[in-house]
Write a protein that binds this ligand. Sequence first.
Ligand code: IFM
Length: 986
Amino acid sequence: MNDQADTTVDRGLILHLSAFDAAMFDLDGVVTRTATLHAATWRQLFDDFLRRRAEAGGEAFRPFDMEGDYRRDVDGKPRHDGIRSFLASRGITLPEGQPDDGPDRETIFGLGARKNGLFREALARSGVEVFEGSVAFIRRLRDEGLKTAAVSSSKNAAAVLEAAGLADLFDIRVDGLESERLGLRGKPAPDTFVHAARVLGVDAARALGVEDALAGVEAIRAAGYGLVVGIDRSGQAAALREHGAGLVVQDLAQLQIVSAPPTMDRRSATGGLPGWTSLPAAPTREGEWLLVEEGFTLTREHELESIFAIGNGHLGSRASLAEGSAMSAPATFVAGLFDPQPAPTAGLAILPDWARISLTIEGQPFRLDAGRVLEHRRTLDLKQAILWREWRHEDPAGRITALRGLRLASQADRRLLIQSVVVSPENYSGSLIVAGAFNEIVTRSFGDDVTVALGTASRLGETRGLAPAALPEPPAQVELERGKSYRLDRVVAVCTSKDEEQPQAAARTYADRAIGAGLPALLAAHRQAWKARWDASDLRIEGDPAAQRALRFAVYHLLSAVDPDDERVSIGARALTGAAYNGHVFWDTEIFMLPFFVLTWPEAARALLMYRHRTLEAAREKAARHGERGAFYAWESAETGQDVTPSFVVAPNGEVVPILLADQEQHISADVAYGVWSYWRATGDEGFLLDAGAEILLETARFWAGRARVEDDGRRHIRGVVGPDEYHETVDDDAYTNVMAQWNLEVGEAVARLLSERWPERWRELSSALGLDLDEALSWAAAAREIHTGFDARTGLFEQFEGYFALEEIDLAAFEPRNAPMDVLLGRDRIRGSKVIKQPDVVMLLHLLWDRFPPEVRTANFRYYEPRCGHGSSLSPAIHAAVAARLGDVALAERYFRQASEIDLSDNMGNAAGGVHAAALGGLWQAAVFGFAGLRLGDDEPVCEPNLPQHWRELSFRLKWRGRTHEFKLPTDRAPAGSGTQERGS
Ligand code: IFM
């Protein structure tokens, strides 16, 4: 964590006032600058006191230390607690005395009275400085309708506010006097903040608190406030975060306030904009579920279209602006539907832009680039899986129009895409023409035999309650009346000839039926379906809103990527959010994403693996083409499982670079087998094993039995491959490939034995269909033992491939900070001759087969390979986070976790333009669950051995294991590893 990042607002986390009803502020250090007065009087008090004691006892005088003593014992605490704490730190005991003890008494209360007297004198002498940024901020919140409170330990709060001229700034004050009267405990106890919320009549979760002291930050967190803002005026940002600040700024003026989305209630009183209640739903109010893009930056459009994409596993749609922009690249995809044009590489077919709406007001197109944008905001609501848009605009003729909209891909009926838009003319009456990109029905054909139909049905009218009055379908003209609102509800049903005999008729019928049901009903069903998913899959992190948001973002896109009812498709590298990698399926699915589904949504995991079963024939053919038996899966797979990896790429310098991966990234077969075995272990799904899983395991094992050939040294070698580290091609005995092959052979043997013993009938059927006798399968155990792994028992290291240790050593640290991948910086030839690796290879092996290696081997290999990794792939950081956390190096794990969470979300990487990085998102989930939570899936119950970051106060999640739901709640201050507070239930 660098200091710069630590003291600035998390850029993505805008303070969205809709999440809050009240804000509570500490005074000293936040609103008023009395700290120096306080500090000076504390020092005066204790130095006098200590000097007198030293003189009386003949000891050396050790003065009150402003860095250590003040910060640790006194700052932010109630006066008497501060005195007690400091005296205890010096081993001094004083009688408590009585609350009315005067300043001359040598008691705790006596010292308190003395301190107060000194402070009042100083106040009278020097007056009070105020932090203007804070005062402006608080006044803005009040204007927006939030309630405010001063929550201070000081008994002089009223006098301080008075002296500062701020007596009217807060609705209430909870100060030292009030606390004493009510018996409230001081900070870090939550009492004063709990009390403030209660008096203001707000839910603590909808309050935000602002503090500059560690004890205060802790108190707000403990009170359960929705957000803690830490003010760092003294370089203690990291500590503020550790104690629970979700956001740290140096001054409140740095905070970007986003006005509350106007609700009917709030604005109708002032006659302003109509609000969300004009739409059939409203955004989630909890900020941790929202991603907000404020304003409009044309150059960020492509990545936003990916990040804010909506999907339901069958349909996916990029978040392009409805009316389009100079940069818009709208695309809607159907899972598994590829367009053979342009040859030679099929990419996902792009459907007509269903969400396109053009508005023409008084003859002028309503667009962002014509006139003045008064307000523009897009919000991805992860909880409800709805994309919201708010836009207020003044056109060149001075007409102000407000527009609010929502968009979603229904999780309840995967054929449906839904849209609703409310238009409100604020200062004019006039004509509006609404037109969609297409009306009623549109069809497209892809290749010779697939037709897709999009049927649309709409309702347009003045908003009355939740249902627009029916008007003709767009394109339609509406006479707008100033101050009224008009809503367009639109449903698009997408049907393909793969699912329907008559896609056109079906699309028409489904669209009509859906619009007839009405948007409130459609949205309720969608939200219900998402609730069920979040109930099973959410992870909650207490104490780290940025990590929480990143994980929810990851889970949102994973859940949006899969359709448990479709066994014909799998998830492409960018899911259904962008066209990069042509929608092709890689090892990304089984190794990076599948663990999430296996453990939270097994039905979805099963569907993904069934895709591999359906494409097994193509894998057999590929193996045969390579002169092998068994199954060699496609490195890039599409509809049929034929390998669709492009055979070359043109480098930026015009060089045509052949791509060898289809032939050489052979580990894909073991990766698929790994997915199958993980699912079987986690679910015990016998039907799947017998019908599909066993066949994959046997056929992949058989591939390796032939591919790993015995050579003169009596060992089996696998030559001419590429491991996960794609910087080194055509290598021999890649450790990852060989050990995974070894593992695949063992599992193949085990499953043959299992079937032949437990399900002999099925074994007979399957073995005869495969022409595989039991002896052949049982021989795989010996074959596995013969595989050369490159492991050196003396050093405990695997050599990544034959000859790796002799390559050029390059110090990656010397290239930092860098903004280009290492292969670009060094060139292809140099990187090939160096030890720099693209992504974890041996480290990946540790991650997947953790229990296979003794602790010292894990550590030795991680420490050797980690500094040599250039992270040239988005798949890399999350796995490093997971392994570092499992090894107990939490600081390093946090760094990698943060890096992984920024792959799509960082503003400056611009990396998501071609779609979100689905494997990295799955990896992030694994880093949290296998890494920080330390999940172990042994033969019995799953257990966690957590290594949580200190500032994560708790990590909780649910997992499914063999038909039961296990609930984990892992607090940071846990009992020793292994005995955590895990809860189970069914
Ligand atoms: O599968 C990955 C590969 O490991 C690295 N390059 C990108 C591919 C797709 O994500």
